[in-house]
Design a protein. Structure first.
Lengths: 214, 241
């Protein structure tokens, strides 16, 4: 679609590998997360731009659609049962909302206690909420860090309840488009995890784009 | 684990659809008994010394490579520690990704029955029930994260489509939670949000507490996976004097 060109974007930024990013998406606007080099997990949280106590809820999103995976057509629900955004296009095919974000503390459990000092998504979230003006406006703290979406990450669950982290299904140039149904603040950690295949052991940059509604 | 009948320190009945909270100390087992069958216990854990430390669904699932919780699994905090270990789970599956019923859903599904009409038989929902208990400790909506629904089974097919299993837990089913940390326990016995029963029909749950045996080196939860062994080490370090 021609209206979704880089020239027409009202926001066009690159988030380097392993860094955090925050942005605003107004109601009706389209937000694209573009996997520039492929197999990059993008840990993402959404907040109501007017009141961050309303935020993305993994359990509402799963329960209200009775569906574990996110894909084109999925609605992303808040903890108050409102649709925050909808996935209106998706060239990847499946996104995870069970696996959460890596953290220094959970890395100790999952891999080895001496992994505590490796960079992690929660450290990215903590850095962003301490510094970013959008966070300071909303008064975000650790209380507001809840179960997130992992765009471009593949976490299949079997009928008997096994869960595993599969190799990514994303590739260079894959993207997901979300249309906002309320004014949104986005908090992203471009995942720096080096201990599992969620980033193909090679974290890479992503591009964030916003277009006005047509 | 002792094979003899435990000596209970106390017992308390949580009536159908009600809510409860309390401090359960490290070294105590909290037993949940589904008296009638078909119970649901929506539950969250917080560290009373630092209430920012709370149950973490994602960390619990990915550390143990499971989409549900049962015997041998532990309930992780977001700080790499273990609130409690599941020593016994007769029914064999506890949901942790569906969240809570809320007032709009309960009203839409079951209609309205308020206190003025039916006194304490009023229709309660999981979200408001946990918010009431959270509020007693200075916590609120921002602290409400994906919870555990004990006694409830929700599985998915290859495409991720969910199925709730309404007859999963039979009368007399027991879950024993051995607490590895001092924990604020918040719970609601309102129905599971995917319960399709036409009538509002929550179930009562009996809480019983007993003193835990020391965690053995071959403990079923500690040895479940290398991740849990590290989780126990990190939890023991937190309480090391």
């Amino acid at each position: 679609m021609s209206q979704f060109s880089l020239e027409n974007a009202v926001l066009n930024e690159v988030c380097p590998s392993g860094e955090s990013w925050m942005g605003k998406v107004k109601r009706g606007q389209i937000f694209r997360i573009l996997d520039l080099e492929g197999n990059q997990a993008v840990d993402t949280l959404f907040y109501n731009a007017d009141d961050a106590s309303e935020r993305y809820s993994a359990s509402d999103t799963i329960r209200r659609q009775q569906q574990l995976y996110l894909e084109k057509g999925s609605a992303l629900y808040s903890n108050l049962g409102q649709v925050m955004l909808r996935i209106i296009d998706d060239t990847c095919g499946r996104h995870d909302t069970l696996g959460g974000a890596c953290a220094a503390e959970s890395n100790c459990v999952r891999y080895s206690i001496d992994k505590r000092h490796m960079h992690s998504c929660r450290d990215n979230f903590m850095h962003a909420i301490a510094h970013h003006p959008y966070s300071l406006e909303l008064g975000l703290s650790k209380r507001d860090i809840t179960s997130n979406i992992n765009f471009f990450m593949n976490v299949p669950v079997s009928a008997n309840g096994d869960l595993h982290f599969a190799d990514g299904i994303s590739g260079a140039g894959k993207y997901v488009d979300l249309q906002a149904e309320m004014d949104i603040v986005v908090l992203i950690s471009n995942c720096p995890q080096l201990n599992n295949p969620c980033n193909a052991y090679n974290p890479t940059p992503i591009r964030l784009l916003v277009w006005d509604a047509v | 684990m002792s094979l003899s009948t435990p000596i209970f320190l106390w017992e308390e009945l949580v009536p159908a659809g009600h809510h409860w909270s309390g401090l359960i100390r490290r070294g105590t087992v909290l037993r949940l008994t589904d008296i009638d069958g078909g119970a649901n216990v929506s539950t969250l854990f917080f560290n009373p010394e630092d209430k920012l430390e709370r149950y973490n669904m994602a960390d619990s699932l990915k550390a143990q490579h499971t989409a549900f919780l049962t015997t041998g699994h532990v309930c992780y905090s977001d700080m790499g520690r273990i609130f409690c270990s599941i020593l016994r789970d007769d029914a064999g599956w506890n949901d942790t990704f569906c969240g809570l019923s809320d007032s709009a859903q309960v009203q839409a599904h079951y209609g309205e029955a308020n206190f003025g009409q039916v006194r304490n038989q009023m229709y309660r929902n999981g979200q408001d029930s946990l918010l009431i208990e959270l509020g007693k400790y200075g916590l609120g909506l921002r602290d409400l994260v994906p919870n555990i629904n004990f006694f409830s089974k929700v599985s998915c097919d290859d495409n991720g489509k969910l199925s709730h299993h309404p007859t999963h837990s039979s009368a007399g089913s027991v879950i024993d939670l051995r607490f590895e940390m001092n924990s604020l326990v918040m719970l609601s016995t309102a129905p599971h949000p995917l319960n399709q029963a036409s009538e509002y029909s929550p179930k009562p749950v009996l809480l019983s507490a007993y003193r835990a045996d020391a965690v053995a080196d071959n403990d079923v939860c500690r040895t479940q996976c290398a991740q849990n062994t590290r989780g126990f080490i990190l939890t023991e370090r937190y309480y090391a004097i």
